[in-house]
Design a protein around this ligand. Structure first.
Ligand code: D5M
Ligand code: FE
Ligand code: ZN
Length: 480
């Protein structure tokens, strides 16, 4: 239904012999009604003078002061995307290949550290009776605490080694290690021929120089729209989309929108989901996404990554949402479909995107970590240099020949979603963003005591790394 003010404005122009381009029409729809009459009359007067009888997008953008600033760059490069790399090994052989790739990649990463020159294969350590401490590295296959000691088993391609931690502080470090995580340890031979662990060293993030954009382009970080769910906040999300076309000085500088997964609610993801859906097929859900994103100005590049609710493979790493579910998104000039995880460069700023499925397993097994502070879990992942270390828990992991979940290169920005809590933090110069959600608290989340803060769009000035946010939630308690 056209608003009466819009109808008046259109009739005014049409009666003066004007045509109105559909793109211009879309802009008019979003203009403040009180200003419509004045705008249309001035444009008609101006163009009549020039004897041009078509009102197009450019006329309106010029008039409204929302014309694209051509000096703000929007260069992008997709640096890593699993979509075309997925091979899927099979069964035991596949997992052997996966874990051996994990070990080799992380050993290479840790080889930048001085101690790593002394790393010995586990099998060789077992046969020597050295007085000196030795370094070994491997994946943690088990850890347990009883009485006042912590036991840990580490495995490398040559064998496995059980060590004991006595030191209290070091036991706390050991307690935060995730199963199948890569570590380097310093051990000595104890009196009873057992190994004593003296130090635990994680691959972690080295001190690094951070990349910045030369121009003040803004990137917006969002995730977990859950379109199709009756709890999807369509009104608030639409307001945010309209804001992107508004004269707001920050909106005028937005050149990128990154969407970190769970774009739709999906179908058959949890029992009795259909009772909570307003669109019952993923095709309808994705069409709605396409329509909403279609309103974003074309100079804004949009990157879409899948999450655990989106169609396609569920196991990590996930390929991009397959084209067969919605070809429109794939064909749209300013939309880029990427897999999960992915690394993209925006004007030279490197953004690592990951939906965040592994957070569920990590908060369950790690003391001190919770859903309320996803940024702390993100730091944990960076220290482990791996996005999903735990194998065999809730997060499905595919037996890829190469472990694509290793964080090969540190990013400048680390963007994660999944837990529906918007949060910001920094770690070793890396900006950590959990992008929250656009879905109200679901009955399931209420039942497990999860309180999301939905309806907040986070954005970063890629030149200064200043962070802004737009909060579309009416609830005043809903804050960042
Ligand atoms: O997940 C939204 C949030 O809900 C995320 O933090 C995980 C949590 N969640 C989802 N399913 C479960 C189960 N079964 N147990 C515990 N926590 C869960 P989303 O991916 O949007 O559904
Ligand atoms: Fe989600
Ligand atoms: Zn999710």
């Amino acid at each position: 239904m056209l608003r009466k003010e819009l109808t008046f404005a259109l009739n005014y122009a049409l009666n003066k012999g004007f045509q109105i381009h559909p793109d211009a029409f879309r802009i008019l729809e979003n203009v403040d009604v009180k200003k419509l009459e004045k705008i249309i009359k001035e444009i008609v007067r101006e163009k009549t003078r020039k004897r041009l009888f078509l009102i197009n997008q450019d006329d309106l953008e010029t008039y409204l002061g929302i014309k694209e600033d051509q000096t703000i760059r929007n260069d992008h490069k997709i640096l890593a995307d699993p979509t075309m790399k997925i091979t899927t090994g099979e069964g035991v052989d596949g997992y052997n290949a996966l874990f051996s790739s994990r070990f080799n990649k992380l050993k290479k990463i840790i080889s930048d550290r001085p101690e790593s020159r002394m790393i010995k294969p586990i099998s060789s350590v077992k046969s020597i009776k050295s007085e000196d401490d030795v370094y070994v590295c491997g994946l943690v296959t088990s850890r347990s605490s009883e009485r006042n000691i912590t036991k840990m088993v580490l495995e490398d391609p040559s064998g496995s080694l059980e060590g004991i931690v006595f030191d209290k502080d070091l036991q706390n470090v050991a307690g935060t290690l995730l199963s199948d995580q890569f570590v380097m340890i310093r051990v000595s031979m104890g009196k009873n021929a057992g190994f004593i662990i003296k130090d635990i060293i994680l691959p972690d993030i080295p001190d690094q120089s951070v990349n910045r954009s030369e121009t003040e382009a803004f990137a917006v970080f969002i995730s977990d729209l859950h379109i199709g769910s009756r709890y999807f906040m369509e009104k608030e999300f639409s307001e945010f989309i309209d804001w992107l076309s508004s004269p707001d000085p920050v909106a005028r500088k937005v050149r990128f929108v990154l969407i970190g997964g769970d774009v739709v609610d999906g179908v058959g993801i949890y029992p009795n989901q259909d009772k909570e859906l307003v669109f019952l097929t993923v095709q309808e859900q994705l069409k709605k996404l396409e329509d909403l994103l279609g309103k974003i100005p074309k100079h804004v590049k949009i990157f879409i990554m899948p999450g655990n609710h989106d169609p396609g493979r569920r196991a990590l790493p996930q390929p991009a949402i397959p084209k067969k579910y919605n070809s429109g998104l794939w064909e749209c000039e300013n939309i880029f479909m990427v897999g999960n995880p992915a690394m993209v460069s925006l004007n030279g700023v490197r953004v690592l995107m990951f939906h965040g499925q592994s957070i569920d397993d990590i908060v369950k097994t790690t003391p001190g970590l919770s859903y309320d502070s996803p940024a702390d879990v993100m730091k944990h992942l960076l220290r482990a240099r791996h996005l999903s270390p735990i194998y065999g828990s809730q997060t499905p992991i595919a037996p890829e020949l190469e472990d694509l979940m290793v964080i090969d290169e540190p990013p400048d920005i680390f963007h994660v979603g999944h837990v529906h809590r918007a949060q910001l933090d920094m770690y070793k110069g890396i900006l950590l963003i959990n992008s929250g959600s656009w879905q109200k608290q679901t009955p399931f989340q209420a039942s497990v005591g999860m309180t999301p803060n939905p309806g907040i769009a986070l954005m970063v000035n890629l030149k200064t790394f200043q962070v802004f946010h737009e909060n579309y939630n009416d609830n005043l308690d809903n804050v960042l």
